[in-house]
Design a protein around this ligand. Structure first.
Ligand code: BTN
Length: 247
């Protein structure tokens, strides 16, 4: 799958570079990696801290032949690939997936995924899968307000990791899952995701059509939506939301 790796010292965001390349017809499998990002971005318009040489900041150009509605399956696939990769290089850390796509250790975030897609006539034109992994960040790299909710593999393991190994491990897992997904569909990704998830069977606040409600996620449906049960007994698919722990 990986056709070209574009290495940069400092960029605003690897997402921007990858979008530009994709617009210029870059092949599926073009991977942009930077040592530092000056405007790394996360979901919901949040800032993503990306200090020099401390993490893996990368964006992958994908051109899946899929209808627009199933783009979220790619997010879940990416989370599974990343979780498996990090469990391998950072064993014995117990890394889990918080729906839809954050990776956590002991409730603290170590990695985030940002999928940005562009469409043409209801088909995906291309997708940029952005991946941020806090590999070797130290406590002083985090602003005070993030110290209780974010961590790095180094802080959890007590030793630094080789970032090239982390990237290689991700590429191996992603290639395997993406190839199998295109051949066999979403079913096995769904089972892998459910097994690695730390979001199931615990009540949490979920954004539904009726506003924020406390529900208990029980799994994924075949499209990739989160199935949650609510106090009135209804089970509803949730497509996108901010989740918060139940008060
Ligand atoms: C999130 O958890 O909100 C998603 C974070 C995604 C961060 C990565 S780092 C590489 C790529 N470039 C960006 O600007 N963002 C993504």
């Amino acid at each position: 799958l990986i056709k070209a790796i574009k290495l940069h010292d400092s960029v605003d965001s690897t997402q921007n570079i990858a979008h530009r390349l994709a617009e210029d017809d870059a092949l599926e499998g073009t991977l942009v990696i930077a040592e530092q990002q000056t405007s790394g971005r996360g979901r919901m318009g949040r800032k993503w801290i990306s200090p020099t040489g401390k993490g893996v900041w990368m964006s992958l150009v994908l051109r899946p032949k899929l209808p627009l509605q199933v783009a979220s399956q790619l997010t879940l696939l990416t989370a599974v690939a990343l979780c498996r990769a990090l469990r391998t290089v950072a064993a014995p850390l117990e890394i889990g997936i918080k729906w839809p796509n954050d990776l956590l250790i002991n409730g603290k975030k170590i990695s985030g995924i940002l999928l940005e897609s562009t469409a043409e006539e209801e088909r995906l034109k291309y997708v940029i899968a952005g991946i941020g992994i806090s590999v070797n960040l130290e406590e002083s790299d985090y602003p005070q307000e993030l110290r209780d909710i974010a961590t790095s593999l180094r802080l959890e393991l007590g030793r630094p990791l080789d970032r090239a190994e982390v990237i290689a491990s991700f590429i191996r897992e992603f290639e395997q899952l993406y190839t199998a997904y295109q051949k066999d569909g979403f079913g096995f990704i769904r089972s892998l995701w459910e097994a690695l998830s730390v979001s199931l069977h615990k009540p949490m606040q979920l954004k539904t059509a009726n506003g924020m409600q406390i529900g208990t996620p029980i799994g994924l449906d075949e499209s990739g939506a989160l199935l949650a049960t609510f106090e009135n007994g209804a089970t509803i698919p949730i497509f996108s939301a901010e989740t918060l722990p139940a008060p």
